[in-house]
Structures are given as C-alpha cells and as structure tokens.
Design a binder for this molecule. Structure first.
Ligand code: GLY
Length: 387
C-alpha cells in the first residue's frame, strides 16, 4: 500500500541527513580503518572483522561516499588503506570462493579508480573480475553462486548476483575486452528467464542440472519459503534490472523493472518499508528489512534516468517517500544507541522452510547503511555511480 501521508524527502533534508551519516562514518574511522564492520550489528553495534566476508566493500563504499560529500582527505586515505587490503585479498584468494566480487570490488576498488585513478585499485578490481569469470558455468549459462564450484549440490544462480555484473561491464570498458560483458549478458538473460515468476515475484535461487544445464527449480535460502518473495531478493532484482538496463539498453528490461517493482510496492506496509519477506504485510509482527527499502530507492532513482518523464517523476517520488520514512523511523539520529546508520534490517532469519543461518535479525546491516547513503547521494547530486 502506498502511503499518501509520507511526504517525499526534500533535497535540503536529504543533504542534512547525508551530512549526519558522514559524521557517523567519521566516528567509526578509528575502529574501522584497518578492520571492517561485520555484516550486521549486534544490539545495533558493529564489531570489527578482518577483510574476509562478502560484505566488507559496503564499508569502503561508505568511505568513498563520505569523501565525495565532504571532500575531506581523511576519508580518502582510509579508503585507500582498504584498497590495499582488497588487493591483498584477491592476490591471495582469501575468502573469494563465491560470486560477490562486485559487492566487494565495485564499491571499494572501482570507486577508488574512478575517484583517484589509483593503479592498485584498478589492478585489484580487474583481478576480481577475472575471478568472477571463473564461476561462469557453460552448462546452464550462468555465474554460479557461493560454494565450491566443483560440487554439484550448489549448481545454482541467485538473484543477488545481478549486482555483481557492473564489475564485469567496467572491466570491459577499461580493457576493451568484450569477454567480461559477454558473460554478464548471458548471466542476466538466464537469471531473468528463471527467477522472475508469472506474478512478478522472484525466487532467491534457481538450480540447474549440472550434467545437461537444464533448468531445474527455484528455492529460497534467506526468504521465508520457496514460493514466497524474500524482500531483499526482490530489491536486488529491482536495482539489478535497472543496472542491467544501464549497461545493455535492452528495452525489455524496462518492462521487467516495472512489473517486479509493482509487485514489491503492492506488498509494502503503510510506512513503505517491507517486512523481511513480502509474504508478511500490514499488521505482521515479523521484523522489517530496512535495507531492502534503501536498495529499492537506489534502483528507482537509477531507472528514472531512462524512462519517460512522467513515469520517472512517479518513481522518484516513491524513492523520496521511502527515504523519508527511513529517516523518520529507521535512521540512527542518536549516535549513543548505535554505530550504524539504519536500524531494523534483517540479514537472515531462520524459518521452518528455509536453509539460512539465523543472523542479524532486527539489526543494522552494512549494506543497508551503504545504500541509504547512496540514495542520499543520488538525491543531492548528479552522481557518477561506482557500479
Ligand atoms: N547477498 C546476500 C544478502 O543479501 O544477504
């Protein structure tokens, strides 16, 4: 349900909130320059980890956004220290046995290269793109999700991976080698063919036969059940399709975007921030996933560049309302209660029907914080994306 009471956030207010986010990032530099925040907070406070998880790039991305907003070198120096860590990680193949090279390297090293021309950042991001190519499966034509690629029990793609493809398009741009974009194009085509259901809800994961490559079946890992729509998965789909259009200009992606977005919007509770699975609607006691709303806002603002003006205004207004709701009810405005930016995210909630580990329920998530800042950046500046 779309709320007519929430007013779209103004550019001035977005600027004000963005500056407050930058202050929180500054407070975190001491703890998180040589270390990284974990994926989700514990009691709303992130604990430090080494650069070993799929989420560490979201923090470096926040440093780059803080640098762009403030022009203060303190953020650039901290981010460049982390770029060295990302180079070390890919050179030594530390915890990179998965598809999330884009989440890790677009927001840290591609951003660094675009903003500073740093040579090590370019080198690291290209190595990550090469590594991502190794997960492409000819049989089935997709980039295999997490886990050992030799194994057959993980012969699947996941909707989240659409966000990892801009790294490949960037690699083609800088090397002029089309192999990266070719694989990205193939992965998008396969993903959209199988993860989008007839009602425009989406599967989280989709399996293929490892011998023949034939499509097998959809399942969830982090959603409530196999035939529900995980709120963040649908959000990855919305932003992923917008970014896919950015790089391919395939007109059919605009219609897919419209349809999966409309499904998502039709499931929102009154404050326009979803429960963790779109199965749950107004009145549910289930936790929210604020990160899903922040991701969708970025997707709507991205797609607004490519569609007719009246439709663009509609989606931008929705994005502004979602961000206003996040500011009013989810954002941290008292730094003593949290070292994050956005409360009430859900990383993965165990249900009787899913297979995920229970972690980070009703907590800050580091990507929720990143996309909240990215949306504020998009609302205040004509922004050159890191994706
Ligand atoms: N890409 C994993 C997640 O969204 O939790």
């Amino acid at each position: 349900m779309l709320n007519n009471i929430i007013l779209p956030i103004t550019t001035e207010e977005a600027q004000f909130v963005f500056k407050r986010c930058v202050e929180q990032v500054r407070r975190n530099l001491k703890l998180f320059t040589y270390k990284f925040p974990f994926a989700a907070s514990e009691n709303n406070f992130y604990q430090p980890i080494d650069n070993i998880y799929w989420t560490t790039g979201f923090w470096t991305g926040q440093l780059w956004l803080a640098y762009e907003q403030s022009h203060e070198n303190i953020f650039k120096y901290a981010a460049l220290i982390q770029v060295e860590s990302f180079l070390h990680r890919i050179q030594n193949k530390i915890e990179v046995d998965h598809h999330d090279m884009g989440f890790l390297y677009s927001l840290s090293c591609v951003a660094a290269y675009k903003l500073t021309g740093d040579k090590n950042a370019k080198k690291a991001a290209l190595m990550a793109a090469d590594h991502l190519l190794t997960r492409f499966r000819d049989k089935g034509q997709f980039i295999q999700a997490w886990g050992n690629i030799e194994g057959t029990s993980n012969y699947r793609l996941i909707i989240d991976s659409l966000l990892n493809l801009p790294l490949l398009y960037w690699a083609t741009e800088v090397t002029k080698d089309k192999k990266y974009a070719d694989i990205a194009n193939k992965h998008i085509t396969t993903s959209l063919q199988y993860v989008v259901r007839d009602d425009y809800s989406t599967y989280h994961t989709f399996y293929f036969d490892p011998v023949t490559g034939a499509p097998s079946h959809g399942e969830t890992c982090q959603g409530y059940k196999n035939n529900s729509a995980w709120a963040r998965g649908q959000a990855w789909g919305i932003y992923g399709v917008a970014l896919s259009y950015r790089y391919t200009r395939k007109k059919e992606y605009i219609n897919i975007f419209r349809n999966i977005t409309n499904f998502y919007l039709s499931k929102l509770p009154e404050d326009m921030v979803p429960f963790w699975d779109l199965e749950f609607t107004n009145g549910s006691k289930e936790p929210r996933d604020s990160s899903s709303a922040a991701i969708v806002a970025c997707g709507l603002l991205e797609m607004a560049h490519y569609i007719p003006e009246n439709e663009a205004v509609y989606y931008v207004t929705i994005a502004r309302k979602m961000i206003q709701s996040l500011v009013d009810h989810y954002a941290v405005d008292d730094f003593s209660i949290s070292n994050g930016l956005l409360l009430h995210g859900t990383y993965s909630k165990r249900s009787p029907y899913n297979t995920c580990n229970h972690c980070g329920v009703d907590e800050c998530t580091i990507w929720g914080d990143y996309f909240f800042m990215e949306a504020l950046m998009r609302l205040t500046k004509d922004w050159e994306t890191y994706w």
